[in-house]
Design a protein. Structure first.
Lengths: 270, 262
């Protein structure tokens, strides 16, 4: 494991990595079946790519694993606790959600706020109302220093006081990653992180995700359109098609035939 | 097609109104004395007064330019107090009328806002004048009730229309609704809200000026005094002052708007 060049606050290392269990999950959205009887395990320090054609259910699977939505059938558990069960109690659900860092496809940042403010909003789960207000409006020195170290590590330390909408797409993505890391999560999920960048940048970005996940011993689960990149950079690749798991293999065992079958147009469209 | 029909319908309604009122355009032509008055009034536009027209005014009157500054200052202060209070009242109401809160809160709140807006500030002024007399707080309140209602309505629409991705993302990171609102939704809507509040300040200035007609010491008060004494040149000075005030504010607000919204 590569140690970071920058010294992290010790609290970051206290978190141990999370384990996910997806059990017999089916999900309908708007009357359409999205996932069908999906069962998967994600253990600590794994790097997993979920690949498949659009509409295969990749994003929905990640959203289930972050507690954004709940399955119609089956359960999604984080360290043995079901998201749906904890949803009975708002505070319990918030605690669970706080453990999963999520990098959204469209970054989901506030464009007219500074980078600093966007990043600190990732840490609200540790703060009360007034604490969060203070972090936004008048962040303490120590907090600024902490965020700066994090941004510096991601290569955008000098952007801390810039408005997000003045940054390039790649820089904004790093801000989104910084926000997710500032949450001090125990797992890192990223939804199509490279859908809008060119191949060179895509590779650099995925390597960055791997680096930060490894440094913090976080399991990394990423949905990807590009199966080649997935095979090359991830330890484990899961193929999803029409809401079902088609294969779940070490990257080395994913061959061309399987990928072709995965991306084959359904008979109705060919 | 549809728009054309609406336009025709409005024209028909207009014509019906015209007939119902028995309007005669001839009534708009002044009689001989009227022509003289109109001429005096329009002529005075070219030579606004720089001092009192009546040399025999009360001795305790302020010099004219001080009177102008006094009227301007009062107008600005009334408007500023009203808009400040309107934001304090309107923002919480806006949140309670937005789609962020459950229906059983939202609907009564929207009804309250509609009620505040449906009575014009001049009517509130008449009511409050009768109730509390000629009192600055009454004037500010008269402006605040409809202005807070309007701000609340527009703010809540802005909150509902602001993109929600960041709000949802912050919620998903384990924050409370209120924290995510404060960190990711309110800032998103804030530039539009600030620009709109500034525009309403401009409106409040005009309203505050008109409140003078009820005796509050704003521009309207002096305008009315000058008009009643047929001091048309003074009237024009006050009118020009008001136009200048609005133009300055408009330039300021459009500069701010560009900075906020662009």
């Amino acid at each position: 494991m590569v140690r970071p060049a920058v010294r992290w606050p010790d609290s970051i290392f206290l978190a141990t990595s999370a384990r996910f269990a997806v059990d017999q999950v089916s999900l309908d959205l708007g009357g359409q079946p999205v996932l069908r009887e999906v069962s998967l395990r994600f253990d600590a320090e794994q790097s997993v790519a979920i690949v498949g054609p659009s509409g295969a259910g990749k994003t929905s699977l990640l959203r289930l694993m972050s507690g954004a939505i709940f399955p119609d059938v089956g359960s999604v558990q984080l360290d043995g606790v079901s998201f749906a069960d904890s949803a009975q109690n708002g505070a319990a659900l918030r605690r669970m959600r706080a453990q999963v860092g999520f990098v959204h496809q469209d970054f989901a940042l506030v464009p007219n706020l500074r980078v600093l403010q966007n990043v600190v909003s990732g840490g609200f789960s540790r703060r009360g109302f007034w604490g969060a207000l203070r972090d936004l409006v008048a962040p303490r020195r120590a907090l600024q220093e902490e965020v700066f170290q994090l941004l510096e590590h991601l290569g955008i330390g000098d952007k801390m006081f810039q408005r997000v909408d003045t940054l390039s797409g790649g820089q904004q993505q790093r801000v989104a990653l910084a926000r997710a890391l500032f949450q001090k999560p125990r797992a890192l999920l990223a939804d199509e992180p490279v859908s809008s960048v060119d191949p060179t940048r895509a590779r650099a970005l995925l390597e960055l995700l791997h680096r930060v996940a490894a440094e913090r011993q976080l399991p990394l689960v990423v949905s990807l359109h590009d199966a080649e990149l997935a095979r090359e950079l991830f330890a484990r690749v899961i193929g999803l098609r029409e809401g079902r798991v088609v294969f779940d293999l070490p990257a080395s065992e994913v061959d061309q035939d399987r990928l072709q079958a995965l991306y084959l147009l359904p008979s109705s469209e060919s | 097609m549809r728009q054309g029909l609406v336009l025709i319908a409005l024209l028909v309604v207009g014509l019906a109104g015209y007939l119902a009122l028995g309007l005669e355009l001839g009534g708009l032509i002044p009689n001989r004395g009227g022509f003289g008055l109109l001429g005096d009034f329009l002529g005075a536009a070219l030579r606004p007064a720089f001092q009192y027209e009546a040399a025999d005014g009360p001795r305790d009157w302020l010099p004219f330019y001080q009177q102008l500054l006094e009227g301007l200052w009062r107008t600005v202060v009334f408007a500023a107090a009203a808009i400040g209070l309107s934001i304090v009242v309107g923002l919480p109401l806006a949140i309670l009328a937005s789609s962020l809160v459950p229906l059983w809160v939202r609907i009564p709140c929207r009804a309250l806002i509609a009620g505040m807006r449906s009575v014009h500030e001049l009517l509130w002024a008449v009511v409050l004048l009768a109730a509390v007399g000629l009192n600055s707080a009454g004037a500010v309140l008269a402006l605040t009730i409809p202005y807070a209602g309007t701000l609340a309505k527009i703010f809540s629409e802005m909150l509902d229309e602001a993109p929600r991705e960041a709000f949802r993302a912050v919620r998903l990171s384990g924050s409370t609704r209120l924290q995510a609102f404060m960190g990711a939704l309110l800032p998103r809507a804030a530039p539009d809200m600030a620009a709109y509040a500034f525009y309403r300040f401009e409106c409040a200035l005009r309203s505050a000026a008109v409140l003078g007609f009820f005796g509050y010491p704003t521009i309207g008060y002096y305008l009315k005094l000058a008009f009643e004494s047929l001091h048309f040149r003074e009237v024009w000075t006050w009118l020009y002052l008001m136009i200048a005030m609005v133009l300055v504010l408009e330039a300021w607000s459009s500069a701010l708007r560009k900075r906020f919204v662009a």
